[in-house]
Structures are given as structure tokens and as C-alpha cells.
Ligand binder design. Structure first.
Ligand code: BGP
Length: 481
């Protein structure tokens, strides 16, 4: 490989999730899912974290997933635009309840199958490699009502039933799969990540680690099933990555950073190596939260190691062991990850810290730890854009962010030799924000005319970043100007 060049088969593209873009939440037999009842507004985080029970929609709330950007009816136009940008890869997720409306139906919903077949064929028509997330913050409401979400072991069989349908019906069109989106989010947004609603007085940590054990078993079984039914497939895990930096060089801060990183690596250690790391078991024992092991569980995990490590990267994180320093410098707002502000970095409008070099740090750490190929499946800048009267959107801030991160990734690939399969920019078309439910937090290179109150024509408009990314892909990452 020549210096500073991405590999020739590098998979450039973009990423979305069904619930944040498809809309049509009750069309053609689709069942209700966890993400459909997470509302816009002040209750959103409470529901997403599992602190407020909402298993049906009510009149007092608005639910952004119901229409989103209506990709269900616009996918041909959207994929044509992705192809125009030069995408080699499109990461999407399948909505579980479009396929199995109750989560574990004996017969799949053929209308749902037909929709995804058509969408995937459309990708293939433009030589776009689809990358499918099997479960992107998506637990069928019926299963939550019957089982209480992933806390219950029976979720594993339901998930496997769903996987079997996906692999048998779409396996000829899809080579790359991810078992769970950002599996470590289960610890932070337990309803989004695992369909869990906490009861008063419940030991939350115990519930989370039990649910985690079930998702890890399900992931391992899905890997085996994928390899059995689709021998050429590549099936990966995925984490919300971003290294914790110590606030100072005080050894206590270093240890604190290591411990916080372990919260996230915990999942990937199991999925990549096929076993719980020693410290994890000790830690769960000390906290009294060891999951229930059944015969064969450890063998299942051992036999289900993933083929590659996918991750999202938006920012690094910063931490301190000193409670006073923490209180003084804590990140403001309702941040998903508790952290302190890193004084060396700038912030986005939503207070996410911008750290391109952190992507190189994170990629190196992940490869050192697992020695499996990596895939950057989310990265991008959420920002407010303005649609000009002449139908243009000038977003130099987004181009800057992406340029710096792609440069850092290029260093990881070219200078450090890290094998990276591809890069899919998050929310390549504007969509609903997962954490805030807003439309105005836009990531796209394609603008969608819709606002936070749900108004707009849903028209698609190319932003400046559209043409910039087109050039990046055409030059295989050599031209980032
Ligand atoms: C990740 C999720 C995505 C996505 C992204 C951006 O956590 O996998 O679904 O939305 O973050 O986050 P947000 O939409 O909250 O800005």
C-alpha cells in the first residue's frame, strides 16, 4: 500500500437506523416496538433509561419514529442519492417488528420481508454493499410485555428466530452483519438497549448484567447461525466507543479511566474473545450482580466469537477519581456518559467534545485488544443547518469535522497499519436524533425538510458536504480538501 492511501476495497458509505428514518411505524403489518414509544420532549430520557414506564403511545406525547423521514416511502430516491455520492456501503438496520410483528411469530410478515428485499436489491443495483444491524435499539413491545425485555432468557430464542428469518431470506444479498447496535448502551439507556423498565427498589445493576448476559448469549448464537447458514458472511459486534482520558496524571485518575473503559469493553471482550475477562467476573461478584449461568452458557460464548469489531466514535471522554473535581467540571446536561469536560477540546452545539485524534487512539486500542478487523460504522457531527432560499445548505463545520476524523483514521490505517474494513458516516441523510428525538440535530449530507414540530415537505436537498464526500470517496480518501 502506498503511503496515506486507504485499501482499494475500503467500504466508504453512510449509516442509518430503521426507527430513526423509516417512519411508517404501523404500515403493512408492522408491530409496535420499544423505539416507537420513546417520546419527544422532557420524558424521552426517562423512558429511554427505563425509569418511566411507557409501553403504549398516548395523546400527551409526540413520537418521532412514527413518521421520521419516511424512508419507507422514499428509499429508492434516498439510495439513488447515496449512489450519486459514490457509496460503496450502506449500513441500515432492520426493524424487528416489520419481520415478526409480535417478536417471535411462527410465520414472518411477508410485507416486511418484501420491503427489505426491495431495499437491499436497490442497494445491489448500484453495487452498494449493505451492512445490516440486526437490532438497533429495537425490542418488540409484545416481548417486553410478556417477558420484561432482555432480563428474561426467553428473549434469546425470540432473537434467534428473527435472525433465522433474516439469514434465510436476505443472506444472498447481505454479507456484513452486526448483532446489536452499541451493546454497551444497555448500561446507560436500558429501555432503548434491552427493553427494560426498572421497578421501584430493584437492584438496577443486577438487572442490567443479567440482561447483558442474555444479549451476549444471543449474539454468540447468532454468530454461529450466520456462519452455518451463510458461510461467507462476516458478523460483528458493535460498541459506542471513545476512550476515557484521565483528567490528570494522578495514578488514581489513570485507574479511574481504566475502570470506566472496562464498562464498555466488558461486552466486546466477551463477543470478541468468547469469554468473560477475569476482572469482569470479580467485579460482578463484588457488586453482587453475577448473572445466572446455565449449563452450556460458557461453551456458547466460546463458540460465538465475532469476525470483526464495529464501533461508533463521536468523542473521547474524560474522567477523574476526585469527586470535587468531578462536580466542578462535570459535563453539563443530560449526557448519556458521565464524564468531565476536557479543557483541551472544543464542543459541538450539543456539548459533545470534538477529538479527531481520539479516533486514532480508539482504533489503536481496539486493535491492540482484539486483533480483529475494525469497522467505523458511525461518526459525524450533529449540528443546526440552514436551508437557503436557493435550496442550498452550506455546512463547512460538518466538512471540517469529517475531514479531521477521516485524516485521523487514515493515520490509523496508513501509519499504524490497523486493518479497517470501512467507514460509514452516521446519519448520512438527516434523521431523528436517538438521544433527543430532534430533527434539528442534523448529521446528514442530505438535508430533509422537516422540523422538530413534525412539519415539512420531506424534500431531500444536497448539502455542500454531499459534494465534498463524493470527492472523498472518488479519490478513496486521498483528497480531503
Ligand atoms: C448512536 C446511535 C445512533 C445515533 C447516534 C447519534 O448512539 O447508535 O442511533 O443516533 O448515536 O446520536 P444522537 O442521535 O443522539 O445525536
Amino acid at each position: 500500500m502506498k503511503k496515506k492511501e486507504f485499501p482499494p476495497d475500503f467500504l466508504w458509505g453512510g449509516a442509518t437506523a430503521a426507527n430513526q428514518c423509516e417512519g411508517a411505524y404501523d404500515a403493512d403489518g408492522r408491530g409496535l416496538s420499544s423505539v416507537d414509544v420513546v417520546p419527544y420532549g422532557p420524558d424521552r430520557m426517562k423512558v429511554a433509561r427505563g425509569e418511566m414506564r411507557m409501553l403504549a403511545c398516548d395523546e400527551d406525547h409526540r413520537y418521532p419514529s412514527h413518521e421520521a423521514i419516511d424512508m419507507y416511502h422514499h428509499y429508492k430516491e434516498d439510495i439513488r442519492l447515496f449512489a450519486e455520492m459514490g457509496f460503496k456501503c450502506y449500513r441500515l438496520s432492520i426493524a424487528w417488528t416489520r419481520i415478526l410483528p409480535h417478536g417471535d411469530d411462527d410465520e414472518p410478515n411477508e410485507a416486511g420481508i418484501a420491503f427489505y428485499l426491495s431495499l437491499l436489491e436497490e442497494c445491489r443495483r448500484y453495487q452498494i454493499e449493505p451492512l445490516v444491524t440486526i437490532d438497533h435499539f429495537d425490542t418488540p413491545i409484545d416481548l417486553i410485555e410478556r417477558y420484561g425485555g432482555w432480563l428474561d432468557r426467553r428473549m434469546i430464542d425470540a432473537y434467534l428466530k428473527y435472525c433465522r428469518v433474516l439469514f434465510t431470506r436476505f443472506g444472498h444479498l447481505v454479507r456484513y452483519w452486526i448483532t446489536f447496535n452499541e451493546i454497551n448502551m444497555l448500561l446507560h439507556m436500558s429501555f432503548m438497549g434491552a427493553g427494560i423498565v426498572f421497578s421501584p427498589g430493584e437492584n438496577k445493576e443486577q438487572v442490567k448484567y443479567r440482561a447483558a448476559h442474555h444479549e451476549l448469549l444471543a449474539s454468540a448464537k447468532a454468530v454461529r447461525l450466520a456462519h452455518e447458514l451463510m458461510p461467507d458472511s462476516m458478523i460483528g459486534c458493535m460498541l459506542a466507543a471513545g476512550q476515557f482520558y484521565p483528567y490528570t496524571c494522578d495514578p488514581k485518575d489513570i485507574w479511574d479511566g481504566l475502570e470506566k473503559d472496562r464498562d464498555n469493553y466488558f461486552f466486546i471482550d466477551v463477543q470478541a474473545r468468547g469469554a468473560y475477562p477475569v476482572w469482569a467476573w470479580k467485579r460482578m461478584e463484588r457488586a453482587g450482580v453475577v448473572p445466572d449461568l446455565e449449563d452450556g452458557d460458557l461453551e456458547t460464548l466460546a463458540a460465538g466469537a465475532v469476525d470483526y469489531i464495529a464501533f461508533s466514535y463521536y468523542a473521547s471522554r474524560c474522567t477523574t477519581a476526585d469527586p470535587e473535581v468531578f462536580a466542578k467540571h462535570a459535563r453539563p446536561g443530560n449526557a448519556v456518559f458521565r464524564a468531565v469536560v476536557n479543557p483541551h477540546l472544543k464542543n459541538t452545539e450539543w456539548g459533545w467534545q470534538i477529538d479527531p485524534l481520539g479516533l486514532r487512539v480508539t482504533a489503536n486500542t481496539l486493535y491492540d485488544r482484539y486483533q480483529k478487523p475494525l469497522f467505523v460504522v458511525e461518526n459525524g457531527l450533529g449540528a443546526v443547518d440552514r436551508l437557503e432560499a436557493d435550496d442550498t445548505v452550506h455546512d463547512p463545520y460538518r466538512i471540517d469535522y469529517l475531514r479531521q476524523h477521516i485524516e485521523a483514521l487514515r493515520d490509523a490505517v496508513c501509519e499504524d497499519g490497523i486493518p479497517v474494513l470501512g467507514y460509514t458516516a452516521w446519519g448520512c441523510i438527516d434523521l431523528v436524533s436517538a438521544s433527543s428525538g430532534e430533527m434539528k440535530k442534523r448529521y446528514g449530507m442530505i438535508y430533509v425538510d422537516k422540523d422538530d414540530s413534525g412539519q415539512g415537505t420531506l424534500r431531500r436537498i444536497r448539502k455542500d458536504s454531499f459534494y465534498w464526500y463524493q470527492k472523498v470517496i472518488r479519490s478513496n480518501g486521498a483528497d480531503l480538501d
